[in-house]
Design a protein. Structure first.
Length: 588
């Protein structure tokens, strides 16, 4: 009996021990669980704070709790935001990243860099103190974000718009107090943008809402909105006068960041840790390679003239104004069929964007994709906008505008904006696993993917070897490398605007005026190399992934690579670690 009890006790103890061992095997160490819990709590709290502190950005993301607010750009608010960011960073650094795994391990780095990037902007770049265009952008973004998409009844959005307009006087007063050490070019550009904003407020904004049911709005609410709009027009005009009469005469600032800040900005915003000298060498090599490629393709069409002349001939053939939108629709269908037939990428749905003329209130560029924010639940339509000619233009102006939509160019634009560029990336957004990645997506991933798609599609056979299709793609690639040169040379190496613009012309086969305008953009968007940089990073990742597959005796699938890459939603440098494993190597 005792032996039997003893045996039962042994069995019970062994069973208990086995259960304990099983639980331990299935449960991460306490420190890992604790760190993960701390991280999850931190991420949730930080994102909630971030949305409230960045009201206009929240609207764009599809979060509408703050649609009635503007961000506060008073000096005291900037100090408070800086202090809060430092506290958030300290809390994050109190979490051990080496004890995290999976999505949290990578999102930790995304959050860290996002916080540091905003601190760099507030404390060292000091856009709020040096760039008057910043304030014009806040106003235009605050209002257009409520007009662009009908995520709520027009009456509700007008109330939010009115509330924001009533906060604009304080914003512009903060601008007058804050702005100092301003570069003269930025005052000139800000005054021009302010005049454009007035035009938007006077006609385009009302036209946008009229198309969405303005006539159904209560007269009292409409009157309040109209009063606020008239006041805003007057305030922006007064601010524009102040820029030209008061700020311009004392604007003597230098727009250059300097090499150190440029490199840190690129690291924190794009997760690219490469020194300025190497960046210049990489770009010079790419420019030489692409220009030789242009020469080969141009010679296929006509050996008797220069590549620049061949490029000019290509841009002289374009759709008529009546056929521009129908041709864009045809190219959307053509590229979709190509993507499916060639197994380029899995299309998560059969949805397609609406191809339309760019609305009057958004006619700032040639073409664009208007897509809903990642958290938008109602106005989820996507629009492929094509800016057609203005009937009041001269025939020469119309021809110059339409030359941008030359047939190979329009095909490439459609690849970039729609298939499989920005629109397909939008379709994959729902598969991205975390909120952090949907909020803090680097430009080198968004624009890099769309620009990569332009080359990849032609490499895969789009155009059936037509030299004009390849030349159109190469011209757009060289335009992005010219941007790389302009921003880097001016900010890191002190090159003058005019000299950078001349080099821009040589690199991209651009005329003098558009080259100068593009170069001026580089003064306030210094890291707009992210198009070409992202393309090169993705190309390198793809080929390294291909080599890894082959080394394992596995078959490489282009569609599998694209699907996996888009689902991750990670900066390319971090995506390398996931797809290639430890020791993935540099992204460029």
């Amino acid at each position: 009996m005792k032996a039997r009890r003893f045996l039962s006790l042994i069995v019970a103890l062994m069973t208990t021990l086995a259960a304990i061992l099983f639980i331990r095997a299935c449960t991460p160490p306490n420190v890992e669980v604790s760190e993960l819990e701390k991280y999850d709590t931190f991420a949730r709290s930080f994102l909630d704070w971030y949305y409230a502190a960045h009201a206009v950005r929240a609207t764009d993301l599809g979060i509408h709790d703050y649609d009635h607010l503007l961000p506060d750009w008073s000096q005291s608010a900037v100090e408070d935001r800086t202090r809060a960011l430092r506290e958030w960073l300290s809390k994050l650094e109190g979490i051990r990243r080496d004890q995290l795994s999976g999505d949290a391990f990578y999102d930790y780095r995304i959050l860290e860099y996002a916080i540091r990037a905003e601190l760099l902007d507030l404390e060292e770049v000091r856009r709020w103190e040096r760039n008057p265009m910043h304030y014009i952008s806040v106003v235009s973004g605050a209002l257009s974000s409520l007009a662009d998409r009908d995520f709520a009844p027009v009456s509700e959005r007008m109330k939010s718009m009115t509330a924001r307009m009533e906060r604009i006087p304080a914003l512009l007063e903060h601008a007058r107090t804050n702005l100092q050490d301003v570069p003269p070019l930025w005052v000139e550009l800000a005054a021009r943008n302010a005049r454009g904003l007035v035009s938007f407020l006077e006609s385009d904004l009302q036209a946008a809402l009229a198309a969405q049911g303005l006539d159904t709005v209560d007269e009292a609410e409409k009157s309040r909105w109209d009063t606020a709009r008239a006041a805003t027009i007057a305030q922006v005009n007064t601010f524009s006068d102040w820029l030209e009469a008061d700020l311009a005469p004392r604007a003597t600032g230098d727009f250059r960041l300097g090499k150190d800040i440029f490199e840190r900005k690129l690291l924190l915003e794009e997760h690219v840790d490469i020194g300025a000298e190497r960046l210049m060498a990489v770009n010079d090599s790419a420019i030489a390679r692409y220009q030789k490629w242009v020469a080969r393709e141009a010679a296929r069409l006509d050996k008797r003239v220069t590549p620049a002349e061949v490029m000019k001939r290509i841009t002289s053939k374009f759709p008529t104004p009546e056929m521009l939108i129908p041709t864009a629709r045809q190219y959307v269908d053509q590229t979709k069929e190509f993507v499916i037939d060639r197994a380029i990428v899995t299309l998560p749905s059969n949805e397609m964007p609406v191809v339309r003329p760019t609305p009057e209130y958004a006619r700032m560029g040639f073409a664009s994709m208007s897509t809903p924010g990642p958290f938008e639940t109602k106005a989820t339509e996507a629009y492929y906008n094509i800016t057609n000619v203005d009937p009041d233009w001269t025939e020469e102006q119309k021809a110059q505008h339409l030359s941008y939509f030359n047939f190979p160019g329009l095909l490439g634009i459609t690849v970039h904006e729609v298939m499989p560029g920005h629109f397909v990336q939008l379709l994959f957004e729902q598969q991205i696993p975390t909120e952090v990645r949907k909020v803090f997506t680097p430009a080198s991933l968004v624009e890099g993917w769309a620009h990569y798609a332009e080359q990849m599609m032609v490499d895969e056979g789009l155009g059936d070897g037509d030299a004009t299709i390849r030349l159109g793609q190469l011209r757009r690639a060289l335009q992005r490398h010219a941007r790389w040169y302009a921003g880097l040379s001016m900010h890191a190496f002190g090159v003058e605007i005019e000299d950078a613009a001349r080099r821009y012309q040589e690199i991209a086969y651009f005329a003098e005026f558009p080259a100068l305008r593009e170069t001026q953009r580089g003064t306030y968007n210094p890291t707009y190399l992210y198009y070409a940089l992202g393309r090169m990073q993705i190309l390198k990742l793809r080929e390294d992934y291909r080599a890894l597959k082959i080394s394992r005796g596995e078959q490489f699938s282009l569609r599998e690579f694209h699907d996996e890459f888009l689902r991750l939603g990670l900066p390319v440098a971090l995506a390398r670690e996931v797809l290639l494993g430890p020791g993935a190597g540099a992204s460029l």
